[in-house]
Unconditional design. Sequence first.
Length: 583
Amino acid sequence: MFNTQNLKKLDISELRSQRWYAPDTIRAFAHRQRTQQAGLNREEFMGKPVIGIINTWSELSPCHSHLRERAEAVKRAVWAAGGYPVELPALSVGEVLVKPTTMLYRNFLAMETEELLRQHPIDGAVLLGGCDKSTPAMLMGAVSMDIPMLFCPAGPMSSGKWRGQTVGAGTHTKKYWDQLRLGAITQHDWIELEGSMTRSIGTCNTMGTASTMTSIADAIGFMLPGASSIPAADSRHVQMAAKCGETIVDMVWHDHKPSKWLKRENFINGIVAYMAVGGSTNAAIHMIAMANRAKIKITLDDMEAIARKVPVLANLFPSGDQLMEEFFFAGGLMAQMKKLEQFLHKDVVGVTNTTLGSWIENAHCYDDNVIRDLDNPVVPLSQGCALSVLKGNLCPNGAVMKSSAAKPELRKHKGKAVVFDDHQSLSDNIDSPELDITKDSVLILRNAGPVGAPGMPEWGNLPIPKKLLQQGVNDMVRITDARMSGTHYGTCILHVAPESAVGGPLALVKTGDIIELDIEAGSLNMLVSDEELADRREHLKPTHRTFDRSYAALYQQHVTQADEGCDFDFLQAGSDVPEPPIH
């Protein structure tokens, strides 16, 4: 699996862990002594590469509930390959049960991953994660640490059915919630759905943020080629985890760390895959942050330029009508990438030190309806793409949307703003019969960005008011500085930057202002004079909550804006952090 060609094999004395274990000093004596205290014989760990298994398993993260077992598969392969595996638990940022949002803790997990690797005698790492923010977080931390590493994805859950209908996690939750609000399904139906929609271990079975980010990481080269597509409950997933253990030992012996193989072209390949699978808008933030940790510049403009060339080809919810298990059986990500050869840099390598061209050489598509050809996209480029970037006086630094999920008639639109200052007031009033709103209105939520919320929750799929649902309206223009779940759909404009809480123009909008959207032109503006906006700014008062203690305070003080990746300013690429002294 690992290609050793043109790579020099290290001597045992060159391994990082030997700073802890090898010297004839009192401190090294203590390190060896305490390792034996755990029940290991001296020969079981001495003279071997130490492999850290960073595990985000948690009983409150159902997407990761099988990762303890996968860690055991990694360990057995590490032992067999001549390494010494150690499992290190890390913060689990599983969606749904973490409040207010896992995005608040992405940087926390990135810090923890980096520091776990730095503070311990680790030569290489296998990262176990997969739910939404865990993938970018762990990769950000491991790239910053810059030791040999690879990612072992949790894998998507099995496909779901309800009364003969295909149901996908997240996507159909929102759909059936609206039907419940309308009375189209009963409370009994709703409870039955609750217990049957998510039927196995693993991440969402739609092309939500989890599979978007693992697909991107796969295309960049952070994992064994094609690993992102393997369903969590499949026996091949266990086999893949074991292969990760075998591969990381070879990577350590040949010092195959990110700085030696990771290039801008790897990220371009990741963007191509992102657009073709119709991925989550959340990836726009994460890709910028991940690239920055590798001292590589990727921008929203880079992503949109590729989005305008690469249509949505993966027929997966929410853009299509299939689920991740069907994608795997159709050939998976490598089969999709083979159909994208003309857009890819095939000479770059990944963790296996093999070229992308070799990853897709033997890939085959077994279902052209699930994995489409370029001449038969799920959504033609003329009707939208996976990522559209908008700019204008409402979002001078950019806003994003999945235009492929928008109603065609809303691609060019003018309407009166209906503004909510916080999520609670929106929730309390959205279904009020007195709410002055029509299908042509533009629904706006502010103070929901990185600083304002804080943490930029997935509130962006703003609910359609009940009075409009009753009229048959199922989409309208919605604008916010928040994010949106990758499983959702609709004409939702997200990540408005700068956000309202730091004085961005979104803070100046008033109910009744005319908002103009033109997706094709890439513009989003409020039709308010510069003089009026200047007057509003002069009288602007903060309306978001600020924290003076806790991690939330650190987050608000140091997080960057959405167009910059929402990383902490002090964690972005800079001078290297020195190794810890060992006395």
